[in-house]
Design a protein around this ligand. Structure first.
Ligand code: FPP
Ligand code: MG
Length: 465
């Protein structure tokens, strides 16, 4: 039996009317025969009534997203003009900014709920507590050590011949102590500190930038691996700058993202986001066809397992852990359900997002994707539509196992998919995950941010971009 749905049902516990405690109960797993694919979607919850007006899920935070992109360029500055250009290249073209959008909306939908919210809010306003926007930009290390060349020395090789002068570090000012009014909320649940739901903390804005930097770093590497000529209709970074610079540009972004991550001052978030970088690499390796000891599917069940694992690692992990980290930065403590909810939402949303991407690779062409359609088969990848088609056309099996390597395999596979319900069934599977994500949101209080997230779960399935 394959465990493909790992949703969780939120059940309000009966502690008190004001106590916001939930338990997460694993849902009954869908059973499926060894080769078979996922079950049909569950019925959709009715649309939210309280905030029905917005038609664009990003409208609520669109000014934030614009500001975020602008200030992000400042984080990427380097004295080397070539590196500077490549590091900023993908940020200068319009993008979906899906990952920052999720981080910001989840922050707005959950701020004020966690027991540590008041302290986080205080740290965002109190000088020296580490959470103010200016403090996130301030290096922890003296800049002449942190920077790659010493600004106090003339820029000549000779300057490095002298020993580095020893400057005793100045003692750090003591961290201000938390006033009693900002202590964690009691279980009686008094009113929120000023700026509860709907507000954002500087750390959450920075997290939104960090997840985008990691995503763009992965695209720079991905375009080298996939030998993509185009991204979003413009020459890809490897096409414009060459493979070597594209890889190094991605590494540079990861370096800057790591430094920014450390300044958020939250070890749990550092661990979580660092693990995403490893996940991305694992996901990419899983789908590469020439890797030593690559997992070769022998049955349809094997192939589905590898595909869904890869889909989580490559796409859903950054969304799920980004949402979770956002809620942690909002003061969600150990044992509180909000971060579990955020993770489960992002995981289901991310799976739906990638499944739709895989449909679009069959459905759409250059006009909508900015890259040639059918790219996945040419890369040897069997995604949802091909795996579903295998159930209807057994001759698909050998093509998948040999990764469409023989002449005519790609065309035959496309034809088999066309003569099957693979595309519709993949979309149905995406809808099932999107519906699960939407259902999880019902565990949050109603808000404009929640309504935007709900809208996003609809759009993720119907999108054509
Ligand atoms: C796009 O996939 C690629 C990813 C979502 C992740 C790629 C990850 C790596 C290359 C591992 C290295 C990671 C880092 C952080 C350096 P796609 O090819 O399906 O989508 P596309 O059509 O947009 O190219
Ligand atoms: Mg690619």
């Amino acid at each position: 039996m394959r465990r493909w749905t790992q949703g969780a049902a939120l059940v309000r516990s009966r502690c008190s009317p004001t106590c916001r405690h939930y338990s997460v109960q694993p849902q009954k797993q869908a059973t499926s025969p060894s080769h078979a694919s996922p079950t049909p979607p569950t019925p959709r919850p009715p649309p939210t009534q309280a905030f029905p007006t917005r038609r664009d899920p990003s409208a609520l935070v669109s000014h934030e997203l614009d500001a975020l992109r602008q200030s992000l360029l400042g984080l990427l500055g380097t004295a080397h003009p070539g590196l500077d250009e490549i590091a900023k290249y993908y940020f200068l073209h319009p993008s979906k900014q899906m990952r920052p959008l999720l981080v910001l909306l989840f922050a707005r939908a959950t701020n004020g709920l966690g027991s540590g919210w008041r302290e986080r809010r205080w740290a965002a306003e109190c000088d020296g507590a580490g959470g103010r926007a200016e403090e996130l930009d301030r290096p922890l290390t003296r800049s002449d050590v942190l920077n790659d060349c010493n600004p106090s020395m003339p820029d000549t090789t000779a300057s490095f011949s002298s020993v580095f002068s020893l400057i005793p570090p100045a003692p750090l000012p003591p961290r201000p102590s938390l006033p009693a009014a900002f202590l964690p909320l009691s279980s009686a649940g008094p009113e929120l500190a000023p700026g509860g739901p709907g507000s954002l903390l500087p750390t959450q804005r920075r997290l939104a930038q960090i997840v985008e930097m990691i995503h763009v770093a992965s695209l720079l590497h991905d375009d080298v691996i996939d030998a993509s000529a185009l991204r979003r209709g413009v020459p890809s970074a490897p096409a414009a700058f060459g493979n070597k610079l594209a890889v190094l540009g991605g590494d540079f972004l990861l370096g800057r993202a790591s430094a920014a991550l450390s300044r958020l001052g939250d070890m749990e978030v550092v661990e979580l986001i660092a693990s995403v970088i490893a996940n991305l690499v694992e996901g990419e390796i899983l789908q590469m066809k020439d890797v030593h000891r690559a997992e070769v599917p022998k049955t349809g069940g094997d192939a589905w397992n590898i595909y869904l694992k890869k889909t989580y690692l490559k796409t859903a992990s950054l969304m799920a852990k980004g949402c979770r980290a956002s809620v942690i930065l909002g003061g969600c403590a150990q044992g509180e359900v909000w971060k579990e909810l955020a993770y489960a939402f992002g995981r289901n949303f991310g799976l739906a997002f990638q499944l739709v991407d895989d449909v679009l690779d069959y459905d759409a062409g250059e006009a909508t994707l900015g890259k040639p359609g059918g790219a996945d088969l040419k890369l040897g990848l069997a995604t949802g539509p091909a795996l579903f088609a295998w159930e209807e056309h057994p001759e698909m099996g050998p093509l998948i196992v040999r990764k469409f390597e023989q002449e005519g395999d790609v065309e035959l596979a496309r034809d088999l998919v066309r003569r099957s319900s693979g595309v519709e069934r993949t979309r149905d599977l995406a809808r099932a995950h999107a519906d699960k994500a939407r259902e999880l949101l019902q565990g949050l209080p109603e808000s404009e941010a929640r309504a935007s997230l709900e809208l996003l779960t609809d759009r993720v399935v119907t999108r054509t971009w």
